[in-house]
Design a protein around this ligand. Structure first.
Ligand SMILES: NC(=O)c1ccc[n+]([C@@H]2O[C@H](COP(=O)([O-])OP(=O)(O)OC[C@H]3O[C@@H](n4cnc5c(N)ncnc54)[C@H](O)[C@@H]3O)[C@@H](O)[C@H]2O)c1
Ligand SMILES: [Zn+2]
Length: 369
């Protein structure tokens, strides 16, 4: 098992990564479970595949589980579901000193974290992430949110979990497509700040995607350690350090919006494409060289992720995509910061990007390859 500390003073916590953690969940989380009955908010697919393991893990520590199953899909991050969940938590008698378990992917983690942040002005929660994306990204760092008619993740707060238990065995039942989408965020940590990790992934991508235990644990632990470092530096994204985690997300967000946040393009897939675009745009601006940018696209392609926007068959031009970016919540007083690269492993925040030039670049990409 790997244990990664997230150092945030009084809000510090650990991310424990390994196999068989659900069977030990009651013991691992013992100091947060004051009462016999433990409220669990679960994704239906995670529950069907691994609920028995979690139930047994709690029973072993003389805990019984009270279950709330979320509506499947991204639509669970809504006002309606938030109301339904907070009503249930109140009916369960959850108090401020209690902890709720969030058992599922990023959707369940984001919804549960937000509900816990506002329940009785804030109760605790423990993340039990069951997707690769949630294990390497969304369960760590304390961003919680729901979506509104105006866009994704527009209503939410920072609320850190008290513990994260990432059981690698849960990933065995994930669809290959969801697994690859999570892998995009793994690759992101290499591209943004760790060339050695990027190279290691180049040699081990098949092992990680094939869930080979040692490779998988190293990939998840290295990703979480990178995120933990950045979050500890800049918990609330005020200094710019945390913004580097948005590599690929500004381009990606435009593509997600253009495809209607649908199954046409999963979040991780849009991040993969967005990273390729950020790398190529960095090469166009300099000083990143073209060969480095093509190494990023080759790594994305080798993982079975989309690397060419021309292949999406979008019916839009670069200006329309840039218009989508203008509605990004990263917009800051009229300017849009972009995470660009000096080279692989060297991301920086550029605040002087000319959006007309980005549109021209995207026009070329939409036609190219
Ligand atoms: N808070 C953050 O910092 C942060 C960061 C990145 C993404 N997010 C959010 O995370 C969400 C995406 O997360 P996600 O990719 O985990 O999506 P998800 O939670 O929708 O899970 C993806 C799919 O996998 C299924 N599933 C979950 N665990 C499973 C398992 N073990 N076996 C089989 N199927 C399983 C789910 O039912 C779902 O169909 C988005 O809402 C995004 O905004 C948040
Ligand atoms: Zn992401």
């Amino acid at each position: 098992m790997a244990v990664i500390p997230v150092a945030l003073g009084g809000r510090s916590y650990e991310v424990r990564i390994g196999r068989g953690l659900l069977e030990r969940a009651g013991e691992e989380a013992a100091r947060f479970l004051r009462k016999r009955r433990v409220p669990v908010v679960a994704d239906a697919a995670a529950w069907n595949a691994h609920g028995e393991r979690l139930t047994a893990g709690l029973a072993a520590a003389e805990r019984e589980l009270a279950l709330f199953q979320t509506t499947p899909g991204e639509s669970a991050k809504s006002w309606g579901e938030l109301a339904r969940l907070t009503d249930w938590l109140l009916a369960e008698g959850v108090e401020r000193g209690d902890h709720v378990l969030a058992f599922g992917g990023g959707v369940v983690g984001d919804l549960t974290g937000f509900a816990c942040a506002i329940l009785k002005r804030g109760c605790g929660f423990v993340q039990l992430p069951t997707t690769l994306l949630a294990q390497v990204d969304s369960s760590v760092g304390g961003k919680t949110a729901i979506n509104t008619a105006a866009g994704k993740n527009l209503v939410g707060v920072f609320h850190q979990p008290s513990l994260v238990l990432a059981d690698l065995d849960t990933l065995a039942t994930l669809s290959p497509r969801d697994l690859r989408a999570g892998y995009a965020e793994v690759l992101k940590y290499g591209v943004l700040g760790d060339r050695g990790f990027f190279d290691w992934l180049g040699a081990n991508d098949k092992a990680v995607l094939g869930l080979a235990p040692a490779a998988l644990e190293n990939a998840v632990a290295t990703s979480v350690a990178a995120k933990a470092r950045i979050v500890a530096d800049d918990e609330r994204e005020t200094t710019g350090a945390r913004a580097l985690l948005n590599l690929g997300h500004t381009f990606g967000h435009a593509l997600e919006a253009e495809t209607g946040f649908s199954d046409r393009l999963l979040h991780g897939e849009s991040v993969a494409l967005g990273m390729v675009l950020a790398a190529r745009y960095s090469a166009r601006r300099g000083p990143m060289d073209d060969g480095e940018a093509e190494r990023v696209s080759a790594a994305v392609d080798a993982a079975g992720l989309p690397a060419e926007i021309a292949a999406l068959g979008l019916d839009c031009d670069g200006a329309a995509l840039v218009d989508r970016m203008r509605h990004d919540k990263k917009m800051d007083a009229g300017s849009l910061p972009f995470v660009l690269l000096r080279g692989i492993g060297e991301a920086f925040l550029a605040r002087d990007v000319d959006l007309a030039d980005v549109a021209a670049f995207l026009d070329e990409e939409l036609r190219a390859h």
